[in-house]
Structure formats: structure tokens, C-alpha cells
Ligand binder design. Structure first.
Ligand code: NAD
Length: 359
């Protein structure tokens, strides 16, 4: 089978980690007899430098024509002072919006062998940590209008609008329920319904949608409590569904308690068309170009691509198994290093995982 991939390395460590993910992809192709045709295009700061904008039309056309998009990361200090309208992050928000990727799946799972990289108390870690955050990705405060800055009463004010329509809430709630059904059947909807009108509508629609999913046990939690519970007793969660801004923060929190942000993949999905797969971390300018980055989040994003875009569960399992095997042998990048581990760079880690792929 042939698959067309749009590969967007982006900035900072993006090109290094994506190169390792493509290496693993190629190896899966050899072992399982698939063809992955990868076309590389520009996004973010690299695109600004080359074309003047963070999301060139050519990139968008290629992404729309592909079966799946693999992305590294965008941004960096070089572009921080630029006008907000052409910042690298606009490329990322733009491609999510253009591909209609409203659902972001972020699994935060602690690999057994990385238990000592986890910053929580051993008794809490011992209860297990395997949470899937389903984050709404194209609405809420990041996109709502009006937004901007103006002068009122002689001083500058800035504002954003957190807005959701009933249909936007219902479609992400459905993804939450369906995801929960495939796991333990427990869904926790996170909102701030005690204060925000938009959250009150969120809660009403989620409760209404629950009638179509009677086999899923639904609970609700305020976002401030959820942030606390994630570090106090994370094993109580299975699937969390929440809006864009809350999901951005909670999924990073869930990520860091698993050990390193360098371990966590994500999938962004729409109603049809290509999905977008990327690590949840940023472009890590502090370690870019030094072969220090952990490529495993990007490699595990390829496993999510096999599951969600290509319907290849055996190939996804082969990638996850290879990652666990290499970690089990003690190989570590700097961010997950612990006493007794064998320190390797980004490229060597990719090579090891590719070498461990078996049918
Ligand atoms: P970051 O995620 O890039 O880095 C945070 C910390 O984690 C840094 O110390 C970094 O070295 C480390 N880190 C991140 N990924 C790692 C990896 N794979 N291996 C080892 N260590 C890793 O977040 P930041 O520093 O807040 O942002 C840096 C830039 O990235 C900014 O320009 C920001 O806008 C951008 N950003 C992009 C995305 C994206 O492309 N999806 C997401 C977040 C931030």
C-alpha cells in the first residue's frame, strides 16, 4: 500500500526530530511492505525566512492533498519580535484551521521503565498514569472574535473572546465519548461552569450528548481542580475532554508528570481528510542543532498516524514496542536520563528505534 505524507520539519529541533521519525517510518515501510512517499514543505519561521509568511500556499495545497501530515515544531527567538500576524505560530494555527482539525488527542502515558523520571511521589506513580486528553483545537479564546488591543480611558487594554457554538461543543464531546468507549469507558469533561457562560453551555451540551453514549460514565470537573487532581491522583483519569485553552495547559501538565515533554505525541483530527501528527513540545531553541533532542514524541506521533489515519494497528504497535524495547535496554536522551542509563543523542536514538522495528 502507498501512502502520501506531507512532512513539515519547521524550526529549532523540528528538522532533527522529524528526520528520526521519517527514518522509523521508512523502516516500518521496509518491514511491513508499505510505501511512504514523503514530500517536505515549509512552515513557521523557516517559511517566513523563505517566503515572507508562516504558511505558504504551496504547503497548504500539499497538506490537503496528502494522506497525513507529520510536523516537527515551529517558532524561536529569531521571530519573536515579529508582527503577531506573521509569527511562526500563525502557521500552525492556520494549518489546523484550514484542515478543520478540531480534535487534538494527547495521550500521556508513563512508560514503566521511566518511572524514576516522573516528578511525582513513588506512591502516586505506583497507581499508574495513562490519561488521554481530548482537546478542542479550532475554537475558544485562541480564535474567538473580537480580539485585539486598544486604548480605553487613556490606557492600553487587550482582550480575547472565549466563544463556542453548540455544534462545536457537540462534535468534540462525541470524540471524547468515542475515545472513552475504546478505553475504560470513563470520560471527565473539564470546564469552568461556575464562572464562565461559555463553560455553562459546554456542560449542558456535553450532558445532552451523553444520552447518545449511555455506556460511557461521564463526570465533570472544574479546570482548577483538574489541574490539582492531575498531580495529586492522576490515576483517577482515563479520558479528559476539554476546550482549547484549558486543554493546552492540562495536556502539558499531564505531559510533564510522565517524565519529559520529549516523550509525548499528539494527533489532530478533523471530520475527514488528512490528520496532523506532531510532538506536543515546541521547537526547543535552547538545544536546537546540538543532537540533544529526544525524538521519541515525534516517533510515537508516527504510531498515532498508523492508528488514526492509516488503520495500521500492527505497525503502530511495532513502533511502540520498539520504543519500549530501546528504553528497556537503558538508552536515554538527556531529558530522560537517570543514573545507570546510556546517554545517546537524537540521531542515535532514532537509529536504535528503527533497528528495533519488527513485524
Ligand atoms: P519547548 O517545548 O520548545 O521547550 C520547553 C523545554 O523543554 C526546553 O527546555 C526544551 O529544551 C525542552 N524540550 C522540548 N522538547 C524537547 C525534546 N524533544 N527533547 C528534549 N528536551 C525538549 O517550549 P518553549 O521553550 O516554551 O518554546 C520554544 C519555542 O517553541 C517558542 O517559540 C514557542 O512559541 C514554540 N512552541 C511551538 C510549539 C509547536 O510547534 N507545536 C509548541 C509550543 C511552543
Amino acid at each position: 500500500m502507498k501512502y502520501r505524507m506531507c512532512v513539515l520539519p519547521g524550526d529549532g529541533i523540528g528538522p532533527e526530530i522529524v528526520a528520526q521519525a521519517v527514518r522509523v517510518l521508512d523502516r516500518v515501510g521496509e518491514v511491513f511492505g508499505h510505501g511512504f512517499e514523503c514530500a517536505t514543505h515549509l512552515i513557521g519561521g523557516a517559511a517566513i525566512d523563505a517566503t515572507g509568511g508562516p504558511l505558504p500556499e504551496e504547503t497548504l495545497v500539499a497538506a490537503k492533498a496528502s494522506d497525513a501530515v507529520l510536523l516537527g515544531a515551529v517558532g524561536g527567538p529569531k521571530w519573536d519580535a515579529m508582527d503577531k500576524a506573521v509569527r511562526p505560530e500563525k502557521g500552525l494555527l492556520g494549518i489546523r484551521k484550514e484542515l478543520g482539525l478540531f480534535a487534538n488527542l494527547r495521550p500521556a502515558r508513563l512508560f514503566d521503565v521511566l518511572k524514576n523520571a516522573c516528578c511525582l511521589r513513588p506512591d502516586i506513580v505506583g497507581q499508574g498514569l495513562d490519561v488521554m486528553v481530548v482537546r478542542e483545537l479550532t475554537g475558544g479564546a485562541y480564535f474567538g472574535q473580537p480580539r485585539g488591543e486598544e486604548v480605553r480611558d487613556g490606557e492600553r487594554v487587550a482582550f480575547n473572546t472565549m466563544i463556542y457554538s453548540e455544534s462545536e461543543i457537540r462534535r468534540i464531546a462525541k470524540v471524547g465519548f468515542e475515545t472513552a468507549r475504546k478505553r475504560s469507558g470513563k470520560l471527565c469533561s473539564v470546564d469552568k461552569a461556575n464562572v464562565l457562560d461559555v463553560s455553562q453551555l459546554w456542560r449542558e451540551v456535553v450532558i445532552d450528548e451523553a444520552r447518545n453514549h449511555p455506556d460511557v460514565e461521564l463526570s465533570h470537573m472544574y479546570v482548577d481542580n483538574a489541574a490539582m487532581q492531575l498531580v495529586r491522583a492522576p490515576s483517577q483519569f482515563d479520558v479528559i475532554v476539554t476546550e482549547n485553552l484549558f486543554g493546552d495547559i492540562l495536556s502539558d501538565e499531564a505531559a510533564v508528570i510522565t517524565g519529559s515533554i520529549g516523550m509525548l505525541p499528539s494527533a489532530s483530527l478533523g471530520a475527514g481528510g488528512p490528520g496532523l501528527y506532531e510532538p506536543i513540545h515546541g521547537s526547543a531553541p535552547d538545544i536546537a542543532g546540538k543532537d540533544l533532542a529526544n525524538p521519541l514524541a515525534t516517533i510515537l506521533s508516527v504510531a498515532m498516524m498508523f492508528t488514526h489515519s492509516f488503520g495500521l494497528p500492527a505497525e503502530a504497535a511495532a513502533v511502540e514496542r520498539a520504543v519500549a524495547e530501546v528504553l528497556g535496554q537503558g538508552y536515554r536522551t538527556g531529558d530522560i536520563m537517570s543514573p545507570g542509563g546510556a546517554l545517546v543523542g537524537c540521531s542515535r536514538m532514532g537509529e536504535l528505534v528503527a533497528g528495533a522495528i519488527r513485524a
